[in-house]
Design a protein around this ligand. Sequence first.
Ligand code: ADP
Ligand code: ADP
Length: 229
Amino acid sequence: PPAISIRDIKKTYAGAKGQPGKEALKGVSFDVPEGEIFGLLGPNGAGKSTLINILAGLVNKTSGSAEIWGFDIDEQRRNASRSIGIVPQEIVFDPFFTPFEVLENQGGFYGITKALRRSEELLEAVRLSDKRDAYARTLSGGMKRRLMVAKAMVHSPPILVLDEPTAGVDVELRKQLWDLVTQLNNDGVTIVLTTHYLEEAEELCDQIAIINHGELIAKKPTRELIEMA
Ligand code: ADP
Ligand code: ADP
């Protein structure tokens, strides 16, 4: 079965008093095959974050259905959530926690016993071992983003979703994050990332879905899509 399966998802946000609602997703369907780096490409406002937030359980869809790792996101929410790690756009951790504490804390949140946590291993994977005990607020922007990736992997999900992982970052940091994504994928993690940079999707993704005004307008292997352009 596919890693993620999305069927006719629609989302209309409630409008302010007296205002019409905003149709952010107008019936989107596609599958993400296991093992791929899958890109969700589209301009700002296309509906990418809405779709990610629905998968994450942070936004309620209006209609449609989705499965994550075979688990229905409504009927089997807990298993669906445990099968996916989400890296949001914003950096969210306590600035006075150390990277080690951020990961231990997240492990606790998932109910993973101390002996089974893999904070050290994750710090190693994102090359933050030497910052293990530094305050998170003292980390560089790149280090913070890498810590966010490690945090999303604490419960060892088979799927990692990154929302605009390189929005507003410089070339060097972008390269670092690309390397990290590639490395995780080589280790067997299925990756979904949203981006509005075609070159980022080109560089990283096996397959690209293009979304615009809440609609899926193309989904093709990257090579075919580039030949079309
Ligand atoms: P709701 O579920 O009612 O949409 P929210 O708290 O998400 O609740 O948003 C409240 C209102 O704020 C929305 O109805 C919308 O008018 C506005 N709003 C919030 N976020 C956005 C956004 N990203 N783009 C446009 N409008 C927004
Ligand atoms: P993208 O991630 O592709 O930039 P979004 O999913 O954030 O797109 O937004 C899709 C559309 O839905 C936009 O028109 C946006 O303004 C609107 N939107 C997003 N969140 C809300 C919200 N909470 N309330 C109302 N409108 C929203």
